[in-house]
Design a protein around this ligand. Structure first.
Ligand code: SF4
Length: 340
């Protein structure tokens, strides 16, 4: 099982039931929203969106990542969208705060065979979960994910004011999911710089205690300008779910619209040597899947999975473990000698 592409589909929904102080989306909202999540509603029907991203049109089963500026599982249409992509044959990943139990119950009604291709990235918003009394709900929903046969990952944003809770975070995650959570770096939305009073090296020292391959990988490449040939745009792209506009990567502008005319072929064209970002701040999904062939430290599976020491089970089920373990150049033996 090798997927062909990774499509980061921005769900145009801006409300959230939490209010995290480090939320980069909040920073963006203050400035009016932008990018592939800038719309406020779907201009096209769900069946139209599924058709636009059919396996046939994409040229293979792909990983479709659903992520809203607000909480991804809040919009009423979200279950229909998830089911549609799963029925089409794709692998679906969802970024969620994992607090909306009723949505998980609805999703659990989808055919179990399809749910094997579903993954939830459960953001662990420790302080908000405490403040709102949702800690048990969060972990009970992860139990629901496990029971439905889908996959999950737990990760949290290492903001400075969580330092005093490191032991508590470790303990609760060991108890509930049998492993430490993965760790991501807080950032400013504008400049993508580390949002911390610490230097990167101090920051690394503090948070590496979680032994998170996701964190280690991101720290390793954080702040480095990328000058290699990059296949973002060819292997992965950003899609505005509100209107169908696609960008090869951040700051690359709109390269095509894939919702307007479904007879028009999708163009898979790499960014090449024209990266416009100061650093690859989302390297964990662009680079682990092989957008830059020279960077092959870890797979996406390694930055998402853990083994639950209480049960011996992986957070990723066998299907997702396999799909996330491949790079996109393996799909149909794609060649890597077409650099321009
Ligand atoms: S930000 Fe990363 S994925 Fe995007 S073009 Fe630059 S190197 Fe490639």
């Amino acid at each position: 099982m090798i997927a062909k592409n990774y499509i980061d589909l921005g769900i145009p929904y801006h409300a959230c039931n939490l209010n995290c102080h480090y939320c980069y989306v909040g920073q963006r909202e203050d400035k009016g929203g932008r990018g592939h999540t800038s719309e406020t509603e779907l201009r096209y029907s769900i069946p139209h969106m599924i058709k636009a991203l059919s396996v046939e049109r994409l040229g293979g089963k792909s990983i479709i990542n659903l992520c809203a500026p607000g909480e991804t599982l809040l919009p009423s249409y979200i279950v229909e969208l998830i089911r549609g992509f799963l029925e089409e044959g794709h692998y679906v990943t969802i970024v969620t705060n994992a607090t909306l139990t009723e949505r998980f119950k609805e999703i659990a009604l989808i055919d179990r065979k399809l749910l094997e291709r579903l993954f939830f990235k459960c953001s662990f918003h420790f302080l908000e979960l405490k403040r709102k009394g949702l800690m048990d709900t969060y972990f009970q929903n992860i139990q629901l994910i496990r029971m439905m046969g889908a996959s999950f990952s737990v990760e949290f944003c290492a903001s400075d004011n969580l330092e005093e809770y490191i032991d508590e975070i470790k303990d609760i995650c060991m108890k509930e999911v049998g492993a430490y959570p993965h760790v991501v770096l807080p950032r400013t939305d504008d400049t993508k710089e580390l949002m911390s009073k610490h230097t990167l090296s101090q920051f690394n020292e503090i948070w590496s205690v979680f032994d998170s391959p996701l964190f280690d990988f991101r720290v390793k490449y954080w702040g480095e300008e990328r000058t290699e040939f990059c296949r973002a745009g060819q292997y992965e792209f950003l899609l505005n779910g509100g209107n169908g506009n696609c960008s090869k990567c951040y700051k690359q502008g709109v390269s095509q619209n894939i919702f307007e005319n479904l007879d028009k072929p999708i163009i898979f064209e790499p960014v090449g040597f024209k990266c416009k970002m100061p650093h690859c701040f989302n390297a964990h999904f662009f680079l682990t899947f092989g957008c830059i062939e020279e960077i092959n430290d870890v797979t996406y599976a390694e930055v998402r999975d853990r083994i639950d020491i209480n049960t011996g089970e992986h957070w990723l089920n066998p299907t997702m473990l396999e799909v996330f373990s491949h790079r996109f150049n393996e799909f149909n033996g794609r060649t890597t000698n077409d650099k321009v």
